[in-house]
Ligand binder design. Structure first.
Ligand code: SDX
Length: 381
């Protein structure tokens, strides 16, 4: 079999969770179009759908929401551990460490027990926002604030993060962002989750694996870099020059391109709409005009190669308007994507075979060991 760098186009599993049509620019979760879910659903309802395969009935949803609410708190041991992290550390490293530490508190490898699986799903979905918000306050030298049981999932996260109750529109738009980022078939971090799950380790290690993968600038980390790019460009009239310079220097335009999509990522379109809704209520972000100019100029230069905005291009403008610090954009991505990772974790367990692909060896041929004094020095080779 020929080498396929990055496994491009290689199906490595069967999955019923999410379907992407990269040519039409469509995305469905368990058969439901993303644009319908982002309008009508909630993140917790969507997480339930992704993980258990169907929309919950009213009782199932109430029970799931109540369970998640009951498990939002995080042990003082985890909080104290986070107080030892350097305040200058990246929040994705703090999240990866704290997510992995959850595995120290719960029995490992009871993964054939449905109750253990349910409990792990609830704990991870409930505690990851709390840990993201906790590190934000801890790195400012403050004690983290406890979750508020009277606030729904997204409103509570924004409260724990900003120490103030958000406008209901802001909380709803944030919840819709979480729906949009929850799942995207076999992206790099979900593939990491499946590979880790295939060794039958615990779900906390699976999520820690995926968080580390999502942190990279080619994957979840791009949303931070997009804002920096827009600020570097400065004004809409500079967009074309910036792009020409980047392209001639073979630099990737952050927030553009996708392994699957050959048209604009449908999530980017919806996020653009959410940004405009926020700007209408809370004032416009001056970088929005720059972003639109970049999108227009990029279409002229890269559209023929199927390179258009992806999910990371507009998300940063939404998060900044919501008062989320830039280096927390990717942890917010992780808060959402943990639903997809857990859906794939369950699916992998249902039909598991440990991932162990092959390779094409390109190293040196067979040779024997020689004593150090007989080895050539660098100048002799
Ligand atoms: C996410 O997979 C997922 O589903 C991911 C994600 C999810 O929901 O999980 O959608 C989330 O990760 C979105 C992507 C965020 N990353 C970025 O915005 C970083 C910039 N984008 C690129 O690095 C790139 O587009 C990738 C990584 C997203 C996809 O890379 P591929 O599929 O490996 O494509 P490639 O790097 O092989 O590029 C193919 C060609 C190259 O040109 P040629 O050498 O063939 O002439 O397209 C060019 C690339 O130079 N290209 C770009 C480009 N992306 C691809 N050129 C300029 N800018 C870009 N952004």
């Amino acid at each position: 079999m020929a080498l396929r760098p990055g496994l491009e186009g290689v199906p490595v599993t069967q999955s019923a969770i999410c379907d992407i049509d990269g040519l039409k620019g469509t995305l469905t979760y368990r058969g439901f179009p993303i644009d319908e879910l982002s309008v009508h659903s909630s993140f917790l309802e969507t997480a339930y759908l992704l993980i258990w395969g169907d929309l919950p009935n009213p009782q199932q949803l109430r029970d799931f929401e109540a369970e998640v609410q009951m498990h939002r708190r995080v042990s003082f041991r985890v909080r104290d551990m986070m107080k030892c992290f350097p305040a200058t550390g990246h929040p994705m490293d703090a999240l990866q460490s704290s997510a992995a530490s959850l595995g120290l508190f719960y029995s490992r490898r009871a993964i054939d027990n449905p109750q253990y699986v349910y409990d792990a799903v609830v704990r991870l979905i409930a505690k990851i926002p709390t840990m993201v918000a906790a590190f934000q306050l801890i790195r400012k030298g403050q004690d983290p604030i406890q979750p508020r049981d009277d606030l729904a999932y997204s409103a509570n996260f924004l409260y724990m993060l900003t120490e103030r109750e958000q406008d209901p529109l802001a909380a709803r738009i944030f919840d819709r962002c979480l729906i949009l980022h929850a799942e995207h078939s076999l992206n790099a971090s979900t593939f990491s989750a499946r590979v880790t799950a295939s060794t039958l380790t615990d779900p906390y290690a699976v999520v820690a694996s995926a968080v580390g993968t999502l942190a990279g600038p080619l994957h979840g980390g791009a949303n931070e870099d997009v804002l920096a790019m827009l600020e570097e460009i400065g004004t809409p009239t500079q967009a074309g020059t910036y792009l020409d310079n980047a392209i001639s220097n073979k630099r990737k335009i952050m927030g553009f391109g996708h392994r699957e999509y050959r048209v604009k990522d449908p999530r980017a379109t919806i996020l653009q709409g959410l940004a405009e809704e926020l700007f209408a209520r809370f004032g416009k972000d001056e970088m929005y005009d720059v972003a639109q100019a970049v999108e227009k100029e990029a279409a002229l230069r890269l559209g023929s190669k199927g390179i258009y905005p992806n999910v990371d291009f507009y998300s940063g403008l939404v998060y900044r308007k919501l008062g989320i610090p830039r280096d927390l954009f990717t942890p917010v991505f992780a808060i959402s994507r943990v639903a997809g990772w857990l859906a794939h974790w369950r699916e992998q367990l249902g039909a598991n075979r440990i991932f162990r692909p092959s390779q094409i060896y390109t190293g040196v041929n067979l040779r024997s060991w020689v004593p150090a004094e007989e080895r050539k020095t660098a100048s002799e080779t």
